[in-house]
Design a binder for this molecule. Structure first.
Ligand SMILES: [Zn+2]
Length: 216
């Protein structure tokens, strides 16, 4: 039986994480005007993002905050763990898009994160039995495992060839191409796609200036 059939819709304790959440996580390591911008600049920001995406409970986030309060090095350690898994996931996604062998170090980081996943348990329910999950260990480990999960599912039973990186020179977002023809090139047509179109348009206008051949 596929593990996913154990996860009925609407059961009390679900954190629904899909591949878009995973890519949103990767894309928090962002680029703006050619400069890297980390959308998770602090442990606090990372925890808030995890709570927002439902991969960590508020209590778990608070527990991690309390543990790191007044201990800058502990906070830095937690945050670098988050960033390490994030960049490993990005690296593996990029090797997929480039049809290149993934780096063993990146896979090792992801595998370690996956091992910290939740434990599934059956619990009695008024209408029979429900599936619940018990969190073991560290809530940040669990959040990272949950975010890595959809990529693994996509690799095992999805369409990894639809994982792409944005064709824009100024954007390196990873996205899932769900278009019918699977030929999407930009993370978002409204932003990166339009920018690329505008740039092509400007280039055409320049080419069409007096003296040049006005084609198209
Ligand atoms: Zn883009």
């Amino acid at each position: 039986m596929d593990i996913h059939t154990l996860t009925p819709v609407g059961f009390g304790h679900a954190h629904d994480v899909d591949l878009d959440d995973t890519f949103d996580f990767l894309n928090t390591d962002d680029t703006e005007n050619g400069f890297r911008v980390d959308r998770l600049p602090t442990l606090d920001a990372a925890l808030a993002w995890f709570v927002d995406r439902g991969v960590i409970h508020k209590e778990g986030a608070d527990r991690t905050r309390t543990a790191a309060a007044g201990d800058d090095r502990a906070a830095e350690r937690e945050l670098s763990r988050v960033r390490a898994v994030r960049s490993a996931l990005r690296e593996v996604s990029l090797s997929l898009t480039a049809h290149q062998a993934a780096s063993p170090a990146a896979l090792d980081t992801i595998n370690k994160a996956l091992h910290a996943r939740q434990v599934i348990e059956l619990v009695p329910a008024p209408d029979g039995v429900h599936v619940d999950h018990r969190h073991v260990g560290d809530p940040v480990d669990d959040a990272l495992a949950r975010l890595a999960d959809p990529l693994v599912t996509e690799l095992t039973s999805g369409h990894p060839e639809r994982i792409k990186s944005c064709a824009s020179d100024t954007c390196d977002w990873i996205f899932y191409d769900s278009s019918r023809t699977s030929r999407r090139r930009w993370c978002d047509m409204a932003t990166c796609g339009n920018r690329a179109k505008a740039a092509r348009h400007r280039a055409r206008e320049r080419a069409a200036e007096p003296g040049a051949d006005a084609a198209g």
